[in-house]
Design a binder for this molecule. Sequence first.
Ligand code: PTJ
Length: 250
Amino acid sequence: MSEHVEVPESHPRYLSLLTRHRIEEGVDKGITSRQGLIAQGRGEAFDYLLGERTIESADAAERAAAAYFLLADHAVISVNGNVAALCPGETVELAEATGADIEVNLFNRTEERIERIAEHMREHGATDVKGLTADARIPGIDHERAKVDADGIYDADVVLVPLEDGDRAEALSAMGKTELVIDLNPGSRSPRTATVPIVDNVLRAVPNITDHARDLADASDAELRDIVESFDREAALDEAESAIRNGKFD
Ligand code: PTJ
């Protein structure tokens, strides 16, 4: 069991410590995999170098993601053990603001963990959680992340995949889906494959996409299309890389 530590909000590393605590709790509750701890450490290092802020190009990517959500016929938010531990309520809010489905999809898949995550999402207000049927397969993947719901990710035209592994990102893109990827490492295969690479912490990115979606709720399809067409994915990746390489320690 993780030790319970009260972190004062005035602590300079408050958010980072709170995030670690949430991931630890996720592992204790059987929601997050132990590999999720390692993924969190990797993400934290990139976030530190980015200055733990949403850079301008990430905000533009988040606005483009919101526009894609609103233009979609069927959007799905893919949830893994880290996302469920870090931002369950915020993920439900994003689904509500955009009309997207929520589907649990795991790299280290066990039926028990799928059930626990679905229950955890329901406790945070989700009404329908997909991923339990797993009656379709993403072609070209030979691990557990290939298992999806036929009326969920398999059918979707737009999929948000936070903290993805590169294999599935490539396979989803080969299926012709619009992929919105949140990943703090701009060098990872998944943001490099994504239609919209969002180089930001999932904790900041998810609520910011929701804010943009609410802001764009009355926009016409022409305005939304204009936003997605003017988004430059290569420039977003370059800017994120340069922010990381040239950032200054405070
Ligand atoms: O719950 P499961 O079984 O589906 O497993 C989920 C993890 C994340 C463990 C699994 O997909 C995995 O091993 O992922 P990787 O290959 O470690 O990739 C995780 C990526 O997410 C890395 O590029 C990290 O930099 C990034 N990352 C980690 N924490 C965050 C993050 N990106 C955004 N926000 C974060 N908080």
